[in-house]
Design a protein around this ligand. Structure first.
Ligand code: SF4
Ligand code: SF4
Length: 89
């Protein structure tokens, strides 16, 4: 059977003309690493590509570019991510 390579393109955020766009955020995703079961659903669905997966399966969120959309919290089945209002000032 013939095999095909699956090639997908993933664009990662980087500093552009608009600077560090995380400053627009009103709500911030807060991760509880003790609750996280490493399913990577948040990594798959984050529309900004700002969630990184580590070698041990844990994840990290890049707050310099995260826009606080809440998709990650919504797809997390174990509620390891909750959205908190950004501190003012
Ligand atoms: S969706 Fe939730 S449980 Fe899954 S990796 Fe993300 S934070 Fe962890
Ligand atoms: S709040 Fe939105 S942009 Fe920020 S990490 Fe979650 S899914 Fe990505």
């Amino acid at each position: 059977m013939k095999k095909y390579d699956v090639v997908t393109s993933i664009s990662y955020p980087k500093k552009g003309a608009m600077g560090k766009t995380g400053s627009w955020r009103v709500f911030k995703p807060k991760l509880d690493k003790n609750k996280c079961v490493k399913c990577l659903q948040c990594w798959v669905f984050c529309p900004e590509g700002v969630i990184t997966k580590n070698k041990d399966g844990t994840i990290d969120i890049d707050y310099e570019y995260c826009k606080g959309c809440g998709v990650c919290a919504n797809v997390c089945k174990v509620k390891a991510i909750i959205m908190e209002r950004e501190a003012e000032g």
